[in-house]
Design a protein around this ligand. Structure first.
Ligand code: FAD
Length: 329
């Protein structure tokens, strides 16, 4: 029982950023426990993905390969991972709280007869007993719980952006070929179709400009859009986000909400306009590299975390800022 294991995920054949986040978090936990961190790649042809994950400092990459693992079949993946877990008996098993993770992790925990904690925001090791302390929102996000379970492997799913993505290192992981024992009868899904949804992925933006309840009219978000357009010439990808009251008013879709019950993001620059800085909002953007706040209230909480704070009415400031940016372009 010596390894921490994490599940590798890909999107359109490329290594998904959530895997790099799991590697960062997992490597730190493994270091605290003095054990190795390893990853598992599942599929019918795992070499390209295994190669791409081999440069991030993990000790081993298990290539769990079988013809029945082509595409994503939750039952087959759970069966193969159960087989692997019984061979190598990992101490901790980390899975992203993604579509794949939500399908696979509960099935796997049931098969391995262990407890699963889903949607964790943070993980650490209890130095007393070496168990995983799992931090997650409960009661619809009204409270944060720190949980400990005794079952093995210690299994969790981890929310996107809970950790910084891992950077490449010079050493390479060992690749280990594994062929799980799988039977065709395990496959329950008869046909599988991938539907591409038009989702807003705020975590892909270099800069996020977010509006809050201080924005008094829906049309005023056009000012934020004009600012985003002007900023994009120098800042790369700029996207519009918001606080929860804006979503509650149906002015924006929920995928633009930042915070505890929205997205957790860490862009290069975050501009908060008319957002007071409630804790439920701060947890979603506090890891932004630079925080700029525009607010009429000099005592607002957002100024306490901002690198730059401007006490001003957005209706006066934003058009002037856009004009200045356009003149200097
Ligand atoms: C379980 C739970 C989960 C939650 N999850 C989230 C979440 O994920 N994300 C989230 O954002 N919230 C969340 N909330 C809500 C959160 O508690 C706050 O109510 C919310 O973040 C406040 O949004 P706001 O800052 O836009 O509004 P307010 O707190 O009302 O702040 C508006 C700000 O606008 C400023 N302002 C007003 N006029 C102007 C102007 N003309 N120019 C510039 N500034 C102006 C004001 O000074 C004020 O600071 C959650 C709450 C609960 C209970």
């Amino acid at each position: 029982m010596s390894e921490l294991l994490l599940l590798v995920e890909s999107k359109e054949g490329l290594l998904d950023k959530t895997t790099l986040e799991l590697i960062r978090g997992g490597s730190e936990l493994a270091k605290d426990l003095g054990i190795d961190a390893a990853a598992v790649v599942v599929g019918n042809e795992t070499s390209p993905l295994a190669e791409s994950v081999a440069s991030y400092g993990l000790k081993k990459i298990y290539k769990l390969e079988h013809p029945l693992l082509k595409g994503f079949q939750p039952e087959a993946w759970a069966g193969a991972l159960e087989w692997l877990a019984r061979q190598i008996t990992p101490r901790i098993f980390l899975i992203s709280h993604s579509f794949v993770g939500k399908e696979v992790a509960p099935r796997l925990a049931y098969r391995l007869d262990t407890e699963l904690t889903t949607d964790c925001l943070n993980l650490r090791i209890d130095p007393q007993d070496g168990l995983l302390i799992r931090t997650k929102p409960i009661y619809g996000g009204n409270a944060i719980a720190a949980l400990k379970c005794a079952g093995l492997p210690q299994m969790v799913t981890v929310r996107k952006n809970a950790f910084e993505p891992m950077e490449k290192v010079t050493t390479k992981s060992d690749l280990v070929d594994m062929v799980p024992a799988l039977d065709e009868s395990i496959i329950k899904v008869k046909s599988l179709k991938t539907v591409k949804e038009d989702v807003v992925e705020l975590d892909k933006a270099n800069m996020v400009i977010a509006g809050g309840r201080g924005i008094v009219a829906k049309e005023d978000f056009e000012m934020l859009a004009a600012l985003a357009q002007a900023m994009s010439k120098s800042q790369g990808k700029v996207m519009i986000g918001c606080s929860r009251p804006v979503v509650d008013k149906s002015w924006m879709s929920s995928d633009r909400q930042i915070g505890l019950t929205g997205s957790i993001i860490a862009p290069d620059t975050y501009i908060a306009i008319g957002i007071s800085g409630a804790i439920q909002h701060l947890v979603g953007m506090i890891r932004s590299k630079k925080i700029i706040a525009i607010n009429t209230d000099p005592g607002c909480n957002m100024f306490k975390v901002a690198d730059v704070g401007v006490v001003e009415d957005y209706k006066a400031l934003i058009p002037a800022l856009v004009k200045k940016l356009e003149e200097s372009a």
